[in-house]
Design a protein around this ligand. Sequence first.
Ligand code: HEC
Length: 191
Amino acid sequence: MKTMKKTLTALALTSVMPTAALAWPWSTDMMNQPSIKPQEGTPYPFPERSVPVTGEPTQVASREEAEGLKNPVPADEASIKTGRTLYKIYCAACHGLTGQADSPVALKIGAISLVDEYVQETLSEGWLWGTITFGSAIMPAYGKPGEQGGSNDLTPVERWHVVNYIKHALVKDAEEAAARAQQAAATVNQN
Ligand code: HEC
């Protein structure tokens, strides 16, 4: 009987322990260090040129508004080179490495060819930039988090680099890739 009473007391103690323990002075020992706590003192200013994690803000509100925008980035060699790299990272998965909807998923999701007259001639550079920024019917956004399930992976200027690549070098790259493929096939046939 005596042992049982002891056990009960011990049980009762354990159930109140956690709350009581928090109030004891040594329970905050680990926290009370000389380090600076969150929100303590004057916050450090952000480093110069830092951008919010939501990315650089886009100045227009929709693809329709973007349609008439003038491309501020000259389509020089450097811009096209950056655009090509970004294209391979962000667009090729759906539109294909050569932009001809030559990716395994293109047909399944309806990703169109970007080397055809529609994109090369009909759509304006502003519209292309707006499509990358805000997404399209199915295509996700790359300049607006939350839009079309999209992200803010590309800065406004990076999006213009991609536009420069599509309008000024994608077709040429596609033709060169086709020529290389033809040559390779011819070599194989010879052997
Ligand atoms: C997840 C797949 C996917 C990715 C990645 C993707 N697209 Fe698309 N894109 C589509 C689909 C599907 C369509 C056709 C349906 C639509 O308009 O949404 C399309 C349509 C387009 C159009 C035509 C828009 C119009 O008005 O008809 C352009 C231009 C375009 N994409 C460019 C790009 C560029 C540039 C990138 C890379 C930054 C990219 N896409 C990345 C799926 C994708």
